[in-house]
Design a protein around this ligand. Sequence first.
Ligand SMILES: Nc1ncnc2c1ncn2[C@@H]1O[C@H](COP(=O)(O)OP(=O)(O)OP(=O)(O)O)[C@@H](O)[C@H]1O
Ligand SMILES: [Mg+2]
Length: 393
Amino acid sequence: MSDSTNPFRIHGVVTEEFFTDRAAEVEQVLRTFREPAAKLLVYGPRRMGKTSALVRAVTRYQASGGVAFLADMSTASTIVDIANRILEAAGRALGKRWRDSISDFVEHLGMSVMLTPDPTTGLILPSLDLALRSASLEDQRTSLSTTLDSIDALAKLRQTPIGIVLDEFQEIQRFGGEEAEWYLRGIIQHHQNVSYVLAGSEAHIIERMLDTGRAFYGLADQLQIGPIDEGHLSAWIDSRMTTRGVTAKGIGSQIVAAAGPRTRDVVQVARRCFDNCKTTGTVREADVVQAFDDVVAEQETLFQSVWNSFTAQQQNVLRAVAADLFGLTTSASTKQFGLTSSGAVTNSARGMIEAGYLVKSSSTTGYSFENPFFWRWVEQETLGDLGASLQVS
Ligand SMILES: Nc1ncnc2c1ncn2[C@@H]1O[C@H](COP(=O)(O)OP(=O)(O)OP(=O)(O)O)[C@@H](O)[C@H]1O
Ligand SMILES: [Mg+2]
């Protein structure tokens, strides 16, 4: 019997057969790992597939005998949490390569650490004293610099370069703003035995960090993670569906056109489409539309509560962007959508770019939704508030 489980995954990082493409990006990250003291800044929009590409590079590097790891900074509430994420990931990667490395590592750290055996791998993983989380900012920063300095020292001792990926590294600015960025730069720029890949998704923050005179200006090479080639992704979707028993011809390209350009959005529609068509064994054009609408419907509660969190002015701006009939600050737009002065409208739009709901685009209004499903929801559910003339089917 052929395997009819869903060939698409949308929760977190994808690996192996669920991962496609990104060969050039993975190669560039691997080159960075191989060159001690190299630094690469990887950036791109949310849901584009940054972390999956980085994990792929780490896995390949480890498979070839190299030492590299990824630490995720996105959920940290203190700087000590960042140090702990790095310590844990380092503990795993170092322990895999050198079973005896942990004592050298802890010796270099010179801080009080707890050592906990990991039940699945048996590796001993270090973590910092929890009391440090409420220590002074200075002591917390020292825990981060000491952690990274020790990894550099261990790499030197073992004469093996170590690759460190700091995912969502822009979060460092939550712990002291621009000064914290300079602090991180100060630590990493001196390391000669470690290479760094700094990855992030908040374009407006990262662009600021890279500006002339700012902390990361001129520090690193840059790699932008953009959309996967449309032709490649379309063919991959058709082939994944077909090999799992659901015939799909030219369906991938329709899904990409409906959901693109963010990889996760495309895969999410493909995943739903596969589930919907498992019984018939074929995907038709109408199934793509249905799958897209199903994904929108699944998120109804979330979208409704996001909508309710906006002011009336922000809601009107979103309506205008969704309908995309006139330039946002034109008098036609003001009249149709009940907008106030053009300055206030531009400010609202800017605020919603910062908050991640809108992006600049070449559409009529000059803006688009960051999320195609939220766009559809606003179009379907809120334009009716303005009367029958603007309702969409
Ligand atoms: N190379 C790929 N091949 C197939 N699917 C992918 C690929 N990259 C990303 N995806 C899809 O996108 C989803 C999100 O991937 P990932 O977490 O790597 O993206 P990200 O850019 O790091 O996202 P975030 O902005 O949330 O951190 C995956 O679960 C998968 O559905
Ligand atoms: Mg990510």
